[in-house]
Design a protein around this ligand. Structure first.
Ligand SMILES: [Zn+2]
Length: 395
């Protein structure tokens, strides 16, 4: 008899933007260190690997468990294609905005990674852009109202918002954009904004903040909030340029390569390809490589009503289709009637509500709210029963 399902213990990331208590409130996961609890990682990533609990209570790191028997755990196809678990599943809770960022395409990541290797830039060098040769598409699913920025607004909307503020330093650039409403000109506008001297940036930020002092509506209230979190950061201009959206619980958004985005506030589940390639554009103290950022950004506009994934609801399952093969994300509503779930790749299951029993051919585990399990490809299927909600990630 081979074990095919393991309960997981998951590492907590205490980034300073994390919330102290939201993950505990929503999922019942305790925060013994009393430091901000920003992310909980479920997966086999080298800088945050889950621990699997064997039947005899012996503990083993998930990457070791996978590497000891990759074909059986991942399945032959996944092993051939990805050579490891292709995705990382996170619980994320932001009390403060995260940096504005884009992620490169697979081709750009491969090329950039090789180039920086040739240049001898160490992997931990703060100026290093490409940490691995992979793309990093992301999905974010809201557990609470979740505020974020994503994709460029339609250009007429950007011009309309800039017309409401008094930023004389940018007058010339705004005029050029008005006369040429194209993604190419938007790229020049965005680049010019980031390339201002430090002195000009400070003047511009002051002009913006003075001119919106009395305005309490969006996106100006977001700008004021960001200015408190990141004083003197040019990123506070982004709500005028990028869409500001608040996802409601149960809604999800997919962030493909080259899509500018920032998470501002809220708690959610995040699924991503197994990569750490981030190019930053603001709201950060970290390195910004403007040239690389602009080369890896799509300047096509997207309107607010096109930002969410249209879910597919079938019986007791809601799936959120994404255009990549690194991961699938699904929400399952379980009741007292036993149901079967096929397993076509390694799967991570997180219990969001209630108490649910998962049974494979030989063993079973019970997951309460906030608990998670890893299921091997070789399980082929499992049954679940008990009232509650599961979030599952597979590939
Ligand atoms: Zn991202």
């Amino acid at each position: 008899m081979k074990q095919t399902i393991w309960k997981l213990e998951n590492p907590i990331k205490h980034f300073d933007w994390g919330s102290m208590d939201q993950i505990t409130k929503i999922l019942g996961i305790s925060n013994p260190s009393q430091k901000p609890m920003a992310e909980i990682w479920m997966g086999a990533h080298p800088i945050g690997c889950s621990t699997a609990i064997e039947i005899d209570n012996h503990k083993v790191k998930l990457d070791k468990l996978i590497n000891d028997n990759p074909q059986a755990i991942l399945g032959e196809d996944t092993y051939k294609k990805f050579a490891g678990l292709p995705y990382l599943f996170k619980i994320l809770s932001a009390n403060k905005a995260l940096s504005i960022q884009v992620h490169p395409t697979k081709t750009a990541a491969k090329c950039g990674f090789e180039k920086e290797n040739q240049l001898g830039i160490a992997l931990n060098d703060p100026k290093r852009n490409y940490k691995d040769p992979n793309h990093k598409p992301e999905l974010i699913y809201a557990l609470t109202p979740f505020k974020a920025m994503r994709s460029f607004r339609p250009i007429d909307e950007i011009l309309m918002l800039f017309a409401k503020v008094n930023v004389s330093i940018l007058e010339n650039e705004i005029l050029k954009l008005k006369n040429n409403c194209t993604p190419q000109q938007l790229k020049l506008f965005f680049t010019a904004l980031l390339n201002l001297s430090e002195k000009e940036k400070l003047q511009l930020i002051n002009q913006l903040l003075n001119s919106i002092n009395d305005i309490e509506i969006e996106p100006f209230s977001t700008i004021k909030m960001l200015a408190q979190e990141y004083p003197n950061d040019i990123g506070i201009f982004m709500p005028l340029i990028l869409n500001v959206i608040e996802l409601q619980p149960g809604q999800a958004m997919f962030l493909d390569a080259q899509t500018p985005h920032a998470y501002i506030k809220g708690t959610g589940l995040e699924v991503m390809a197994n990569s750490d390639n981030v190019l930053r554009a603001g709201l950060t103290h970290k390195h910004i490589d403007i040239q690389q950022l602009v080369n890896n950004t799509s300047f096509d506009s997207l309107s607010l009503n096109n930002l969410l994934i249209k879910p597919i609801i079938k019986a007791n399952k809601t799936s959120f289709p994404v255009p990549v093969d690194d991961f699938n994300f699904e929400i399952i509503y379980s009741n007292d009637q036993q149901q079967e779930q096929k397993v076509t790749s390694a799967q991570i299951v997180l219990c969001l509500e209630g108490k649910i029993c998962l049974t494979t051919e030989f063993e079973s585990v019970v997951l309460s709210k906030g608990e998670s399990a890893f299921i091997a490809y070789q399980a082929k299927a499992y049954c679940y029963t008990g009232k509650g909600i599961l979030a599952t990630v597979s590939n």
